[in-house]
Write a protein that binds this ligand. Sequence first.
Ligand SMILES: C[S@@+](CC[C@H](N)C(=O)[O-])C[C@H]1O[C@@H](n2cnc3c(N)ncnc32)[C@H](O)[C@@H]1O
Length: 255
Amino acid sequence: MSPSITGFEEQYFEDPGFAPGLKGGDEVRGYGYYPDYFAIVEAQLSALIELSGASVLLDAGCGKGALAAYARRDLGCQVVGVDASRYGVRWAARAWGGEFTVRAAVGALPLASNSVDAVWCNGVLQYLDGDGARAALAEVARVARTVCFISNIAAAQRRLEWGRSDLLTHLYLRPAQWAALAAEAAGAGWRVTALPFEGESAILLDRPRRTGAALPLRFTELALERMQRLGALRRMPPGLESFRAACMRSARAGH
Ligand SMILES: C[S@@+](CC[C@H](N)C(=O)[O-])C[C@H]1O[C@@H](n2cnc3c(N)ncnc32)[C@H](O)[C@@H]1O
C-alpha cells in the first residue's frame, strides 16, 4: 500500500522552520502547532462523542496519533487512526492504543461501509484538490454510521503570512463551501451543516434520523461552552446568533 502523498514526513512534523506549523508549542498531546490548540479540539471531540453516543471512532488523518490516544484513554472510545504519512503512522502506532493505526489515504479508506460510529477529520482535506476532497468526503460518509466532524484551515489564513509560506495547503474554503462539497459527496440521509467556529472552517455531517433535529446546534453550544471553560475561547463567534436562528428554522421545518 502506498498512499500517494508527499510532504508529510519528519520535516513536516518536527522542523520548526518548515511551514505550515509553529512547531515547538505544547507537544504533550502531540499538538505543537499552537500552544492553546488542544483545548479546542478536546472541547469539540468530547462534545461530539457525548452527544452522538459514538463509541467507535475513525480519526482520519490522525498525524502522530495524539487525538486518537486522547479519545481512547479519556473518552473510552475504540479508535482507528488512519494517516497517509509513514512517519505519522510510525508515531501513532506507539501512542496509547496505537495498534489500531493504519497507513492509508483518506480517499481510499480500508474500512467497510458503516463500520464506525463517527469520523473525526481535522486539518487534512485542505491538502487535497477539489476532486480529491470530494472523494475523501464520500469515503468518510461511506464508513460512518452516525456523524462526521470535518475541520480545515480557515479561508482567511490564505492571506496571512501562514498562507503565504504554506506550500502544502490547496483548499482555503469557507464552511459553506465545504458544506456544499460534502452535500454533493455524502449522499442520501446525511444532513450537512456549516459550523460557526472561528479560526477554522468546520462542518458537521449527521444522520438526523439517528441523531435528532437538534444535534448541530447542541454540539456547537456544548463545544463552545467547553472551550470557554478550558480558557480557549476569546469571544463567542460573531455568526453564532444567525447559526442558532437557522438551526431553529430547519428543526421547525423538520429537517
Ligand atoms: C495538519 S496534520 C493534522 C493531523 C491531525 N488530524 C491533527 O489534528 O493533529 C495533517 C495530517 O494529514 C495527513 N494527510 C494529508 N493528506 C492525507 C491523505 N490524503 N490521506 C490521509 N492523511 C493525509 C498528513 O500526513 C498529516 O498527518
